[in-house]
Design a protein around this ligand. Structure first.
Ligand code: HEM
Length: 82
């Protein structure tokens, strides 16, 4: 699931050609399985936080801003799909 989520993030931030759709499908299927939308969305922030911890000093303000915007965009996209 983590690998599929990362593929969805990369496609969402990139060409939005295919895998990004998993975000829309996933928010509904997980909700049906009892994973609330807020927790589903929190998964993306957990990935961001983990990368930030791994990158340490290489986590630049530009990277931080790009991730902040990406999380806002993913939340909006998932909201449209929910
Ligand atoms: C904290 C948030 C999340 C929780 C608690 C969660 C929980 C789960 C659970 C319990 C399953 C297994 C369902 C089953 O076998 O019937 C599952 C499967 C799956 N989840 Fe998540 N999920 C989360 C976030 C995400 C996100 C953000 C994505 C992608 C955008 C995602 C994509 C998938 C996919 C594709 C599957 C089915 C394929 C697989 O089993 O690897 N999940 N999830």
């Amino acid at each position: 699931m983590l690998a599929l989520t990362i593929e969805a993030i990369l496609d969402f931030a990139g060409t939005r050609s295919r895998h990004f759709r998993l975000i829309a499908c996933g928010v509904a299927s997980h909700d049906a399985d009892g994973t609330p939308r807020e927790l589903f969305i929190a998964f993306f922030a957990i990935i961001r936080d983990t990368l930030r911890d791994l990158l340490g000093a290489e986590w630049s303000p530009d990277i931080a801003r790009a991730w902040d915007q990406l999380l806002v965009d993913i939340d909006a996209f998932a909201g449209i799909a929910a």
